[in-house]
Design a protein around this ligand. Sequence first.
Ligand SMILES: Nc1ncnc2c1ncn2[C@@H]1O[C@H](COP(=O)(O)OP(=O)(O)OP(=O)(O)O)[C@@H](O)[C@H]1O
Ligand SMILES: [Mg+2]
Length: 364
Amino acid sequence: MNSDQSIWASLPVPAFIIDVEDRITDVNSAGEGFLNASQKSVLGHPVWDQIAVDAPLEEAFERARKQGTPLFVNDVDVGSGNRAPLQCALQIAPLIGHQGSMIMIITPRELAGRMTRGNTVKSAAQSAIGMAEMLAHEIKNPLAGITGAAQLLSMNISTQDMELTDLIVAESRRIVKLLEQVEQFGNLSQPDFKPVNIHDVLDRARRSALLGFGAHMRIIEDYDPSLPLAYGDPDQFLQVVLNLLKNASEAADPKGGTIRLRTYYEHSFRLRRSDGSGHMLPLQIEIIDDGPGLPEKIRGDIFDPFVSGKENGTGLGLALVSKIISDHDGWISAESVPGRTVFRISLRRAPKEASEIIAQESAE
Ligand SMILES: Nc1ncnc2c1ncn2[C@@H]1O[C@H](COP(=O)(O)OP(=O)(O)OP(=O)(O)O)[C@@H](O)[C@H]1O
Ligand SMILES: [Mg+2]
């Protein structure tokens, strides 16, 4: 696939190419999802029959085409024959190198809203995740169709051809798995804050790692027994530690490696925000491995979604970790040289009253 085609196919918003006679000559997959129709059924059809825009657009469109200038239309209702109208923004521009053809990109408001909400550090990840979530949702249905069709086909074909239908089914399953991981972000609820014994979380993660993906690893505990309780959602913390252990296990030599789980208290660690506010993050958790270290190329971007150094990695593990930690007002950083990679998490301690309630409950 050349890069034009892959850009076109990966555009996470509906996009259409319209020829000089206002017919659709190309539509990307998000566009098919938007119209809820296949490419085949819309190509060659007059665009304004397929896409109903609730605004007197045609004249401005014609002018943009004649003058070779772009046209932006905000907040219009855009409908298609198969679905209720959605409030959208339209971006229209002449297609360079194709006299008279225009490209039209439709951004549904819901998506636009999701992209601008959220705050500072998280917003880049969130916009990518928002788009990805929409894509995930849009791709799953046609994919189920593809799998079903391949399975039907496989009923009356030679064993040799069956290899191909099996391939379609297997690859489709792989995509569904990826999409489900993407959707996990959307489902991640606000943390259920309570006092948490971090050592319990680490133990659970350690045991589960040793039974599964980390069976080839040695996991050493190096705990500060006097560490106070942290404040956060124990299930989400478990997910964080599991993701970090999984990465360390995957980076290690298949013959094995060592991971050290270290906790300690550092009373002066404080997170200061750009608005001047700040709070203490005295609980430190380090997950240290002796593997080859973070790949040079992606070192600065490992917490961004879809950044992966692995052939089959989705690059969502650390993005999820960083989202969870930032939802907890915590901090995560990574330091890596070959032979020593450290992921360090800094967390708040539980407020005093909350810890006392827990202490009483466990005494009863
Ligand atoms: N402990 C580690 N040692 C070496 N490299 C690491 C380590 N942890 C993460 N990385 C690198 O950072 C990349 C991003 O990690 P992340 O968990 O986000 O995605 P992934 O593991 O590739 O995919 P996923 O977690 O979604 O299956 C990894 O692909 C790997 O290259
Ligand atoms: Mg991972």
